[in-house]
Design a protein around this ligand. Structure first.
Ligand code: ZN
Ligand code: ZN
Length: 368
């Protein structure tokens, strides 16, 4: 599986600093935990970083993390304070900066009001937008390697799960079994709480595994992933339990499989996210199932399980795929009262063409 790739956080901060001049900002106040981790390496529930146009970045965190911050972030100034964002606003004021940008999607109304009170006439508060997410959407080789490790563990855990008998066990039991296998194979944690949806429950895209017992004739949808080095895997497979599929089950499965392949085939750097979504959705719509594919085609995967770019028809979130991205492709068809099918892969786009990282068969398996 290899070791942890080394990551250059200072280079990331430089790339962020390069975006500040265009936004008329002297600094970026980054408060979203995944973005703080991206820029400093510190994984903390209470930390913020101030990245200047030029000069030394300041990282604020409380006493619980101050030691870890001082050790891992040697090239930033560490400020120990419980009220991390306010401490950095005061820091910016002391530096004599005119205007710093806040992350518009991550600052709550109450935090925004408190920061405005702290800033007063010391420093102006501006809009950083989603600048860090934009940087994060374009993946470094070391990040792809971690996503790939997480995907390998996920695929191996699924293969082991499917080799054992599933019928007669509850969804809940199967979910915990799969999760234990991922941890035993070296996952540091779960990417998210697994979805195990059997029979009619498969019509609910985000079904919570419950006490329904898996039975012969069920379509069984399993959506799951491991986490490695902070990076996530996301994979869904739908299998047939105990017997060959009924006609409707085969028809829906084959349609979702074709749509999923069309989505993967449409991926390329420079392609718009709406084009990729349309490539898969058109097939499902033309077959008459458009009303039963009720979510976007996919999403970025990285330090968060769901992050930009968003593969969907919605123009408001549309973007162009960058030089290298890790995204999911996950069409589904959900038939109320009957069941559903979803097939999802995590892919690496732009490194060496398009690579599917969740390597496990997409053909319909009949399992015991
Ligand atoms: Zn998923
Ligand atoms: Zn997903």
């Amino acid at each position: 599986m290899g070791g942890m790739p080394s990551i250059d956080h200072a280079a990331r901060r430089s790339r962020l600093a390069a975006l500040l001049a265009d936004r008329d900002l002297d600094g970026a106040l980054v408060t979203h935990p995944a973005n703080v981790r991206y820029l400093t390496g510190l994984a903390s529930s209470n930390a913020a970083v101030l990245v200047p146009l030029d000069g030394t970045a300041a990282l604020a965190t409380d006493d619980r993390y101050a030691e870890a911050a001082a050790q891992s972030c040697v090239d930033v100034e560490v400020i120990s304070d419980r009220d991390v964002a306010a401490a950095l606003v005061r820091h910016a004021g002391r530096q004599g900066w005119r205007r710093i940008g806040l992350e518009r999607d991550h600052v709550s109304l109450s935090l925004g009001e408190r920061l405005a009170g702290t800033a007063q006439d010391q420093v102006e508060l501006g809009d950083l937008g989603g600048a860090v997410e934009t940087l994060r959407a374009d993946k470094e080789p070391g990040e792809v390697a971690l996503v790939e490790q997480a995907c390998q563990i996920s695929a191996a855990a699924l293969a082991a799960l499917l080799a054992d008998r599933l019928r007669g066990r509850s969804e809940f039991e199967v979910a915990r079994d799969l999760e234990a296998r991922m941890l035993a194979l070296g996952a540091e944690g779960l990417a998210f709480e697994s979805i195990v949806a059997s029979g009619p429950n498969g019509a609910i895209p985000h079904h919570t595994p419950g006490d329904r017992v898996i039975a012969v004739g069920d379509l069984l949808t399993i959506d799951f992933g491991a986490r490695v080095g902070g990076y996530h895997a996301d994979c869904t497979r739908t299998v047939m339990v105990g017997r060959e599929p009924a006609d409707w089950q085969r028809e829906v499965y084959e349609l979702v499989q074709k749509a999923q392949q069309a989505g993967v085939d449409a991926l390329a750097p420079g392609t718009t996210t709406t084009q990729v979504d349309a490539a898969a959705r058109t097939l499902i719509r033309d077959a008459g199932y458009g009303d039963f594919f009720t979510h976007g085609l996919g999403h970025g995967v990285g330090l968060e399980i769901h992050e930009p770019p968003w593969l969907a028809g919605d123009k408001a979130t549309a973007s162009t795929l960058g030089g290298r991205s890790t995204v999911t492709v996950e069409p589904g068809i959900y038939l109320p009262g009957k069941g559903g099918v979803r097939i999802e892969d995590t892919t690496d786009v732009g490194g060496d063409g398009v690579r599917v990282l969740t390597k496990t068969t997409r053909s319909l398996l009949v399992v015991d």
